[in-house]
Ligand binder design. Structure first.
Ligand code: FAD
Length: 395
């Protein structure tokens, strides 16, 4: 096989990259270890920044998003006895959208089908070769056991946090920064209408809680739990009781309505950045290059921002023989990655209980400041709704 770009991974980064490359007249082949059904039903992120929505719309992927997505003006910040609404639209002129990663993934699948995109699902033993040459190639085993080789001009590593692309960069050619947080999230999906119009981020001495949602019929809720938590120790009743306590059931007449839990998982919290995001003709994007804890809702949005930069960079390099954007890709993307990494760390450390009374007072002081100060709230809003993609002065 021969193509211009081999894309490793059919998650949001890989699928959107194949879409944007196609719009720019660049061919690609996508390789994915999982089945299409698995990829399209994987429960993960659900909040889209304004800039993500604009990019999806501008590339013809906005129809269902505009119809079924729910625009939110802001979020609530909560701690025992207090709840404060931050109105992002008032503060910075833009909000966010509730639209599940599953739906983004399905929209991408439909668009790629319509374009006749070559995607190989359920592949194995993916290996990257000759990345430092101008003729890299990738080998893989297809679902039927056949071994294949794809020759290309570039390889895009969009294979998430556990893929092969990051590992394909030699140790001497990369620097990795990492932080593992001393807590995890227990996330549930429930078939019940959300008990709130917009997200509630709650600080509580028992631990953080978040009331999010996927639609007007499906709630997404999270609880801070200890690392290594066994999900079997958390019955549905225990989960709803903890959510009620931490989210302030009964406070000023607000109630949390429980319902049937349809999905339950424990998610470790990690920050990781690898630099540079390019090695020879291998370009990394999304979780393959960086991981953020989900508190700031940045993972999916960062993956989109990366490929928004990478697609024109690859088109310049391969179609126009102009390497300038490709040469700038890693530095440009990393400025935004570090901004989002800091914001995600800041939200995480402000909201998660650590069993340290001094830290708890600092966290509460910070929350009161964000709730009371327009300057502080504007900083949160500016980061949460997403900074411009590729603007070197601000991102
Ligand atoms: C378990 C989990 C839960 C999350 N929950 C939330 C959340 O609640 N809120 C939030 O804001 N963010 C969440 N995130 C973050 C967000 O979903 C990710 O940032 C986003 O999916 C990144 O997109 P991506 O395309 O870069 O990577 P991914 O979505 O991980 O896609 C990578 C793809 O590559 C495939 N792959 C892996 N290895 C290979 C290989 N060797 N060859 C070929 N293909 C390969 C994978 O199967 C996958 O389909 C979560 C992430 C994870 C992992």
């Amino acid at each position: 096989m021969r193509t211009q770009v081999v894309i490793i991974g059919a998650g949001p980064a890989g699928m959107l990259l194949s879409h944007l490359l196609d719009l720019g007249g660049v061919d690609s082949v996508v390789l994915e270890t999982r089945s299409r059904a698995y990829v399209e039903s994987r429960i993960r992120a659900g909040i889209l920044e304004a800039s993500t929505v604009e990019l999806l719309e501008a590339s013809g992927l906005g129809e269902r998003l505009r119809r079924d997505g729910v625009p939110h003006r802001g979020v609530d910040l909560q701690w025992p006895g207090e709840r404060h609404h931050l109105d992002f639209v008032d503060l910075v002129g833009r909000g966010v959208w509730i639209y599940g990663q599953t739906e983004v993934q399905k929209d991408l699948g439909v668009a790629r089908d319509a374009a006749g995109q070559e995607i190989h699902y359920e592949v194995a033993d993916v290996r990257l070769h000759d990345l430092e040459s101008e003729r890299p190639y990738v080998t893989f085993t297809d679902a039927g056991g056949g071994r294949h080789r794809v020759d290309a001009d570039a390889v895009a590593g969009c294979d998430g946090s556990f893929g092969v692309s990051r590992a394909a960069v030699p140790a001497a050619a990369k620097t990795t920064w990492e932080r593992t947080y001393p807590y995890s999230w227990l996330g549930v999906l429930a078939d019940v209408a959300p008990s709130t119009d917009e997200l509630i981020y709650a600080w509580h001495p028992d631990g953080f809680a978040l009331h999010s949602m996927r639609s007007d019929k499906v709630s997404r809720l999270y609880l801070q739990v200890a690392n290594g938590t066994d999900i079997n120790g958390w019955s549905d009743q225990r989960i709803w009781d903890a959510l009620a306590t931490r989210l302030g059931h009964g406070q000023d007449g607000w109630t949390l309505t429980p319902g049937p839990i349809t999905d339950k998982s424990v998610l470790p919290m990690r920050s990781l950045v690898m630099a540079p995001m390019r090695h020879g003709r291998l370009f990394l994007a999304g979780d393959a290059a960086h991981i953020v804890p989900p508190t700031g809702a940045k993972g999916l949005n960062l993956a989109v921002a990366d490929v928004a930069l990478l697609a024109p960079a690859l088109a310049g390099l391969l179609r126009d023989n102009d390497p300038r954007l490709a040469d700038a890709y890693s530095d440009t993307a990393l400025r935004r990655v570090w901004r989002s990494t800091h914001f995600s760390w800041w939200m995480t450390t402000m909201l998660h209980a650590l069993d340290d009374p001094f830290d708890a007072q600092l966290q509460l002081s910070q929350l009161r400041w964000v709730a009371a100060s327009t300057a502080a709230a504007t900083g949160l809003a500016e980061n949460y709704t997403g900074l411009p993609i590729g603007d070197s002065l601000r991102d």
